[in-house]
Design a protein around this ligand. Structure first.
Ligand SMILES: CC(C)[C@H](C(=O)O)[C@@H](O)C(=O)O
Ligand code: SF4
Length: 467
C-alpha cells in the first residue's frame, strides 16, 4: 500500500488486532527494564501468578539509582543497594537477562540498547522510561510506558495502544561550527513548544539529519519527548547499518544480509501523508542554552533574558516571572555572563563517546574555573572504556573534572549526584524542571561543548570564542 509513513509501516506489521479508530493490540518485540519503574510491574506479575512470556525479549539493567563513584562500597547497603538487588532478584526469578553493575556492558538503558544491537530497525521497543524515544534513531517504534504496562508486556508481549498522528520535522541546512544537534533540538523545542509534538509520532528527516552520526540522531530522538512526542524516529540509511554491524545482538551472516535488505526498504513512501509538517532551517543556529524551568525556555547564547513586563499575555508573563524567580535571574540579563557552580556532562542525551570527544576538545589544555565542580559521567561502561582508550579521561582529569562510572547520575535527583539548594549547573541532560537535579537546584541545558566551555569560564559562555 502506497502513501504510508515509516511509522505506519512498523505499526501495521506489529498489529495483532485492530479495534478501529487507531486502537490496536500491538506486538512488542523488545523491552528494557530498569530498577525504578519495574518493581511494581514484577509485583503485579507475581500477584497474578503470571510468568514472563518471552524472557529473551527483555534486558534488565540498573541505571537511575546507581552510585557513580565508590560503587562497590556504596552498593553494600542502603537504598540504591536495595533497588539494585530487587531488580537482580526479579530478573533472576523470571530468567530475564540481567546486566551486572560491574559488567562492561552496563550503562543507561538508552545507551546500552543500541550498543548491544538489542535496538534494531523495524521493531517495537518499550521501556518504563519516557526517554525510550531515543531508540527511534534506529528506525523503530520506541516509546516509554507506565509500570502497569510493563507488567502487561512481561506477561503477554503485547500492549493496547492508540496510534499517534504523524508528524514530519525536516531539518535542513547543516550546522555552523560550534553548533551541535543538542542546539538544534533545543531551538526546535523553543520554537514549537513542549506541546508541539504532543499526540504525534515525529519522523525526523532532511539533509541535516542525513549528515548526522547515530550518536547525534540518538540525541535528537532522545528529546522528542521534551517536545511532547512519545515517539521520534529516523529512517535507516548507511549510517545506521554501519553502526549496527557486528553488534553482539545484531543478526549475523545470511540473517544480517536479509535484515539489511529489509531495513533499507523500510521508509516513508515519497507521497506519504503526514498530519503535520515542520520545516526547520539549522544553518543559522547559534549554540543554545535553557534559561528557565522548561526545555522550551531556551535562547541562543547571544541573547538576553526575557522581560515579563514586555509580555502582553498574562499567562505567559506569569510563567516567565516564575521561571526567572526560581532560577534567581533578572530580566534582560545577558545569558552568557551567568556564573555557575556545577557542570554535568553525561546522561542518555549526551553521555556517548562523541559527546565526550567534543567536550574534551574544548577542555584540552585548560582548567576548570576556581569554585566550579565538574563531573563527566559516561553513559555506559563501554563508553567509559572507549574514552579511556583514547585518553579522554586524562584530558578531563588534568583539567580538574571528576571522571565517574556510568549511570543516570546528575541528570535526575535519584542517586548521590545532586545539586544542593540554590546551586546552578551547566548540564548536558534533557530536563530542567524545578528540582530535577536536586531540590532547589537550577539547571541550564546545553551541548557538551557548551558545558565544557562553561566549566572553564566559570559562567555560561559561547564556545565559539574558545575554538
Ligand atoms: C525515572 C524514569 C521513569 C524517568 C522517565 O520516565 O523518564 C527518568 O528516566 C527521567 O528521565 O525523568
Ligand atoms: S539519563 Fe536522565 S533522562 Fe536518561 S533515563 Fe536516566 S534519568 Fe532519564
Amino acid at each position: 500500500m502506497a502513501r504510508q509513513t515509516l511509522y505506519d509501516k512498523i505499526w501495521q506489521s506489529h498489529t495483532v488486532r485492530d479495534y478501529g479508530g487507531g486502537n490496536t493490540l500491538l506486538y512488542i518485540d523488545r523491552h528494557l527494564v530498569q530498577e525504578v519503574s519495574s518493581p511494581q510491574a514484577f509485583a503485579a506479575l507475581d500477584a497474578a501468578g503470571r510468568a514472563v512470556r518471552r524472557p529473551d525479549a527483555h534486558i534488565a539493567v540498573a541505571d537511575h539509582a546507581v552510585p557513580t563513584k565508590l560503587r562497590a562500597f556504596k552498593l553494600r547497603s542502603g537504598q540504591a543497594a536495595k533497588q539494585v538487588r530487587r531488580l537482580e532478584e526479579n530478573a533472576a526469578r523470571h530468567n530475564i537477562p540481567y546486566i551486572e553493575i560491574d559488567d562492561d556492558r552496563h550503562g543507561i538503558v538508552h545507551v546500552i540498547g543500541p550498543e548491544l544491537g538489542f535496538t534494531l530497525p523495524g521493531t517495537t521497543l518499550v521501556c518504563g522510561d519516557s526517554h525510550t524515544c531515543t531508540h527511534g534513531a534506529f528506525g523503530c517504534i520506541a516509546f516509554g510506558i507506565g509500570t502497569s504496562e510493563c507488567a502487561t508486556v512481561l506477561a503477554t508481549q503485547t500492549l493496547h495502544q492508540k496510534k499517534q498522528k504523524r508528524m514530519r520535522v525536516i531539518l535542513d541546512g547543516g550546522l555552523a561550527p560550534g553548533v551541535t544537534v543538542k542546539d538544534v533540538i533545543l531551538a526546535l523545542i523553543a520554537e514549537i513548544g513542549t506541546g508541539g509534538g504532543a499526540g504525534y509520532a515525529v519522523e525526523f528527516a532532511g539533509s541535516t539529519v542525513d549528515a548526522m552520526s547515530m550518536y547525534e540522531r540518538m540525541t535528537l530522538c532522545n528529546m522528542a519527548i521534551e517536545a511532547g512526542s512519545r515517539v521520534g524516529l529516523i529512517a535507516v540509511d548507511e549510517t545506521t547499518i554501519r553502526f549496527l554491524k557486528d553488534r553482539p545482538l545484531a543478526p549475523k551472516g545470511d540473517k544480517w544480509d536479509a535484515a539489511v535488505a529489509a531495513w533499507t526498504a523500510l521508509k516513508s513512501d515519497p507521497d506519504a501523508q503526514f498530519d503535520r509538517q515542520v520545516n526547520f532551517e539549522t544553518s543559522n543556529l547559534a549554540p543554545q542554552i535553557s534559561w528557565g524551568t522548561s526545555p522550551e525556555e531556551t535562547l541562543p547564547v547571544t541573547a538576553h533574558l526575557p522581560d515579563p513586563e514586555a509580555e502582553p499575555d498574562p499567562v505567559r508573563r506569569a510563567r516567565i516571572e516564575k521561571s526567572l524567580n526560581y532560577m534567581a535571574l533578572k530580566p534582560g540579563m545577558a545569558l552568557r555572563n551567568i556564573p555557575i557552580d556545577r557542570v554535568f556532562i553525561g546522561s542518555c542525551t549526551n553521555g556517548r563517546i562523541d559527546d565526550l570527544r567534543s567536550a574534551a576538545k574544548v577542555v584540552k589544555g585548560r582548567k576548570v574555573a576556581a569554585g566550579v565542580s565538574a563531573i563527566v559521567v559516561p553513559g555506559s561502561a563501554a563508553t567509559r572504556i572507549a574514552a579511556e582508550e583514547e585518553g579522554l579521561h586524562d584530558i578531563f582529569l588534568s583539567a580538574g573534572f571528576e571522571w565517574r562510572d556510568a549511570g543516570c547520575s546528575m541528570c535526575v535527583g535519584m542517586n548521590d549526584d545532586r545539586l544542593s539548594e540554590g546551586e546552578r549547573c551547566a548540564s548536558t541532560s534533557n530536563r530542567n524542571f524545578e528540582g530535577r537535579q536536586g531540590r532547589g537546584g537550577r539547571t541550564h541545558l546545553m551541548s557538551p561543548k557548551m558545558a565544557a566551555a562553561a566549566a572553564v569560564a566559570g559562567h555560561l559562555t559561547d564556545v565559539r570564542e574558545m575554538m
